[in-house]
Design a protein around this ligand. Structure first.
Ligand SMILES: [Ca+2]
Length: 402
């Protein structure tokens, strides 16, 4: 991608707009750039016969069908057999007419898809999207009809007011507890001007957790009894963790059940968090491991540090992936795959759940420095990665270079 084209994509995504260009230049001097060791693993293009518009979510249905689902940001979910040679896609759901997507402001659109753990029996799946009219996001339940998603079946679970167009989060994932986790951004603009990250009275800047198998208190969902703030006055009972700026991708480690999130930074630091029940991840008092602002700091507040951070002289917008539990690439097993959207660097990070410490951060080399927008898991636990060039996505798998 040429430089101008890249700028066209990068600028809207970035939250650097408030910082004048000369200040950015000064800031990115930063600490020495780490000399990460190279892992003998390569991304390799796959599903090369397909032309998919902006697939910002890749997932599977967990129903034994071994299908791969690519969700286009514009509002269409496509399904294909998990066969790299496949030549045609099937439209699984088309809600493009209901979705707000503006390619010049590329944080809106259909941003998340999650299949119910019992999808095979109940045909339920869930979608996060920004709504065509107004600054609002929906998390909705859909059902299948004749094997495909039925747009008419939509039942809105959450309507989330968004003060600005950016920082919509958008990951939705079922945890090992069977509850639906929803990652939301701080509402947008820069510096979290309303202090949403530290405010338990708003969903924004938080990860929510809801029970989609119950309907309680006039809502189309229930609140898990051990959600951390159910008894806190003035707090939203849906909140599971908070202090987050704009999680761009929340995933679960299918072996340990741990919840991982990459939180996109503002001016200096990108971070990786392992999310726990009730945790406060610091924004906007902290950015990465560093103080950011005291404006909304509360006395006695405890902040959970990220398990890893990198400076903006390395990358400027984290795309968080998966702890690899597949079989094809032994070198990756147990390492956390992630990338940077702006610089196109890809890494695999070691982490020790007992000591809660990150180990070696390995680089995975890809000379094209692809603007990675998401990772996804297939039903058998292999990891796919997507980068968007122009208006279309390129899909990658990982292969051993040995
Ligand atoms: Ca943080």
């Amino acid at each position: 991608m040429n430089r101008l084209l890249r700028l066209f994509f990068v600028l809207p995504m970035m939250a650097l707009l408030v910082v004048p260009a000369f200040a950015q230049k000064k800031e990115v001097e930063g600490p020495p750039i780490p000399n990460d060791p190279i892992l003998s693993v390569l991304p390799k293009k796959t599903f090369t016969n397909l032309r998919i518009r902006r697939p910002v979510t890749i997932t599977h249905a967990g129903d034994g069908s071994n299908r791969v689902f690519f969700a286009e940001q514009q509002g269409v979910i496509l399904a294909v057999p998990n066969d790299p040679q496949v030549e045609e896609t099937e439209v699984f759901l088309d809600i493009e007419d209901s979705v707000r997507f503006n390619p010049k402001q590329n944080e809106e659109g259909l941003l998340g898809v999650a299949f119910h753990p019992n999808f095979k029996e109940n045909g339920e799946f869930f979608v996060y999207y920004t709504v065509k009219k107004g600054l609002v996001s929906h998390v909705s339940r859909f059902k299948t009809k004749d094997g495909k998603g039925d747009p008419e079946s939509e039942e809105v679970l959450l309507t989330i007011d968004q003060p600005f167009w950016n920082h919509n989060g958008g990951s939705i994932e079922f945890g090992p507890d069977g509850y639906l986790y929803i990652a939301l951004g701080d509402g947008g603009k820069a510096n979290d001007p309303f202090g949403n990250g530290q405010n338990l009275g708003t969903w924004l800047g938080s990860i929510l957790r809801i029970d989609v198998d119950k309907k309680e208190n006039g809502k189309n969902y229930g609140i898990p009894a051990d959600n951390p703030f159910v008894n806190t006055k003035g707090a939203k009972p849906e909140i599971y963790a908070y202090g987050l700026r704009n999680v761009w991708r929340l995933t679960f480690d299918r072996e340990t059940g741990a919840c991982w999130a990459g939180d996109v930074g503002q001016g200096l630091w990108e971070e990786i968090d392992v999310i726990t029940n009730g945790g406060n991840y610091g924004w906007n008092v902290r950015e990465g491991l560093h103080p950011f602002s005291e404006e909304f700091a509360k006395p006695g507040a405890k902040y959970i540090d990220p398990i890893f951070e990198y400076h903006h002289n390395v990358g400027k917008s984290i795309t968080s992936g998966y702890v690899y539990r597949g079989k094809k690439v032994p070198q990756l097993v147990g390492k956390f795959l992630y990338a940077d959207y702006v610089t196109g660097k890809i890494w695999a990070l070691e982490y020790d759940y007992e000591t809660k410490k990150a180990g070696t951060n390995y680089r995975i080399e890809e000379p094209s420095n692809p603007p990675v927008v998401c990772f996804g898991e297939t039903e058998d636990g292999e990891v796919l990665m997507c980068a968007i060039f122009g208006d279309y996505g390129s899909i990658y798998e990982f292969v051993s270079a040995e």
